[in-house]
Design a protein around this ligand. Structure first.
Ligand code: FES
Length: 122
């Protein structure tokens, strides 16, 4: 259960077929990509699995999709990722996955990401 969390944006800021990056926030080392695909909001870490260090994927602000808008794209070496599963379907990291980020939308339409620091605090 997410308590608190990191504010990303308002729900209406992410239109259908659109992806935007926020942060880095809290203990996340990279931005958090929020996208809306077929009505569903999903969030992924802006960290391409091609290299273990996790490369930022956009070549300019919020350029997270391929030209056709069908996949998330890493513009370093052209990897394409399924927008719903985060799996690399074309490219050098074939079969590897983006890291999902848990998000929640409040009744007021605010999108929050899970705060990893809260989770680790015991
Ligand atoms: S760093 Fe993403 S495809 Fe190479």
């Amino acid at each position: 259960m997410m308590t608190g969390g990191l504010f990303l944006c308002r729900e209406e800021e992410i239109a259908e077929g659109e992806a935007k990056g926020f942060g880095p926030l809290g203990s996340y080392r990279r931005k958090i990509i929020v996208l809306r695909h077929q009505g569903a909001l999903r969030a992924w870490l802006d960290s391409c699995p091609h290299y273990s260090t996790g490369t930022p994927m956009a070549w300019k602000t919020d350029a997270y999709l391929n030209g056709e808008g069908t996949h998330l794209a890493c513009h370093s070496h052209g990897a394409l990722f399924d927008m719903d599963t985060g799996e690399c379907v074309i490219g050098p990291c074939l079969g590897q996955q983006l890291t999902p980020v848990s998000i929640a939308v409040t009744p007021a339409g605010e999108i929050f990401a899970e705060d990893l620091r809260e989770e680790k605090a015991e």
